[in-house]
Design a protein around this ligand. Structure first.
Ligand code: GLU
Length: 464
């Protein structure tokens, strides 16, 4: 039974790289008919906040990555961590260290002065024949893990291939602080063990933690999961994505009017591929996905491609759903859609022309109120002659009983030939009069939707 997990720390927002990690873990579980677990790593009490837990849960819900178990919270598992620390102490895999902060600082300063790598010198590590000083009074000890002194930790990374780290590189890491609270790497180990995680799929910023975690798992006699470390996502300039420069929070994408399925489709292609396939849904992704097709080098975020994908999903999304997403955007811009045409019909006319929901909402506005046209456009298309002609065309429109795109269309040809003009000399000024912009879909369809009364009112009111 395959079991994967997504284990974010709730210290900010749900990062786009985190969503990609979650997506790959989720897809791997789904593909193998396994389970996907959500675990909130909230042991850093100073940096974890309820708001950011909410941001994670909301973000997961928004993208639609469903989990089978959890959310589990590490802060609710302290008793279990303490019991395992006890177990490691009793078995001699961990020991108490009474070094004060000052001692450690002095140690570090000396090492740096000598050009050595700063590390704990294991002065409290019990060894055969070694006599430890008596514990100093009034000092609460930390618990350190007794890292093997020699040998290597090696694993076959499902993404990066074989990775080997020598134990000599590793410190005797602290697994419990003086107040008894367990530390990050230790909690991850206990959780992955207890939750029977078979595949740890996570960002490659954790590669350095893996040998430490493997050593602890081995000391506990726990089975080792398969590790797969996903390379970073860089921005278009090849830099690490940062909150200051880039849209990194999943909320940023929602606010920009990206559909969650477009974002997932985009993230699926970031560091993984199936031939040249670009557009596919998550069912297809799950069928195709495997860890060995994940690239071991970083990928670059390409905003244009995301928009292209989003445009494809906008074309096929249900109109009701799109109306539900556009309506609040229009309301925020002070546009009341109640008195105008059905939003779904407006969207049907416009959706092929835009790449995101915000652009879609912007386009919708002239169906509900006339935009103030650009001076230059007015000057270009609405001179005296053109205005007089528009007044004549307004009479034709007023006389129309059947107000439909087809009947409006039928007025065009005869009118143009009577006036001796090409269609452009009717269509452009007409658009500007009614919509306030020359950039609209086919004018007969636009007029039909805006409605007879509105169209005539707008034409009559123009310039007054
Ligand atoms: N909590 C860690 C993070 O948010 C992830 C730990 C893990 O996946 O093992 O980066």
């Amino acid at each position: 039974m395959i079991r994967t997990r997504f284990a974010p720390s709730p210290t900010g927002f749900l990062h786009i790289g985190g969503v990609r990690t979650a997506l790959f873990s989720w897809a791997f579980a789904r593909k193998n008919k396994g389970s996907f677990v959500l675990r909130i790593e909230d042991t850093d009490l100073e940096r974890s906040t309820p708001e950011s837990v909410k941001a994670i849960l909301d973000g997961m819900h928004w993208v639609g990555l469903d989990y089978d178990e959890g959310p589990f919270y590490q802060t609710q598992r302290f008793d279990r961590y303490k019991a395992v620390i006890r177990q490691l102490l009793d078995a001699g895999h961990a020991y108490l260290c009474y070094c004060s902060r000052e001692e450690l600082e002095a140690l570090r300063a000396g090492q740096e002065e000598r050009g050595e790598k700063p590390r704990y010198d294991r002065r409290w590590r019990p060894e055969e024949g070694k006599v430890l000083p008596p514990p100093p009074a009034g000092v609460e000890p930390v618990v350190r893990f007794r890292t093997p002194l020699s040998g290597v930790v090696a694993w076959e990374d499902a993404v990066k291939g074989r990775i080997e780290i020598s134990n000599e590189e590793l410190d005797d890491l602290i697994i419990a602080r003086p107040d008894g609270s367990p530390t990050y790497n230790f909690c991850v180990v206990v959780d992955d063990w207890d939750m029977q995680i078979t595949h740890v799929i996570r960002g490659d910023d954790h590669v350095n933690n893996t040998p430490r975690q493997i050593n602890i798992l081995q000391a506990l006699g726990a089975p080792l999961p398969v590790y797969g470390h996903l390379p970073m996502i860089l921005n278009a300039d090849g830099q690490k994505m940062s909150k200051r420069r880039d849209a990194v929070s999943v909320v940023d994408y929602a606010e920009r009017g990206i559909l969650p399925e477009a974002l997932l489709n985009y993230l699926a292609r970031l560091g993984w591929g199936h031939g040249d396939d670009e557009l596919f849904d998550m069912a297809q992704f799950v069928e195709w996905f495997d860890l060995d097709a994940v690239s071991s080098s970083p990928s670059r975020f390409d905003g244009e491609k995301l928009l292209w994908l989003n445009a494809q999903y906008l074309k096929s999304a249900s109109l009701d759903r799109l109306a539900g997403l556009v309506a609040p955007r229009l309301a925020a811009a002070g546009i009341d859609t109640a008195a105008g045409p059905a939003l779904g019909e407006v969207i049907a006319l416009l959706r092929e022309r835009v790449q995101d929901l915000n652009a879609l909402a912007l386009e919708c506005d002239y169906f509900y109120r006339r935009r103030t046209p650009d001076e230059a456009e007015v000057a270009k298309h609405l001179g005296d002659e053109s205005r007089a002609r528009m007044a004549r065309f307004a009479e034709r429109l007023a006389a129309l009983d059947d107000w439909s795109a087809a009947s409006i269309h039928e007025l065009f040809k005869p009118f143009c030939s009577e006036e001796g003009i090409k269609m452009g000399l009717l269509g452009m000024p007409l658009r500007i009069l009614v919509c306030g912009t020359a950039h609209t879909p086919s004018v007969d369809a636009v007029l039909a939707l805006i409605g007879k009364q509105q169209v005539l009112e707008r034409m009559a009111a123009f310039g007054s």
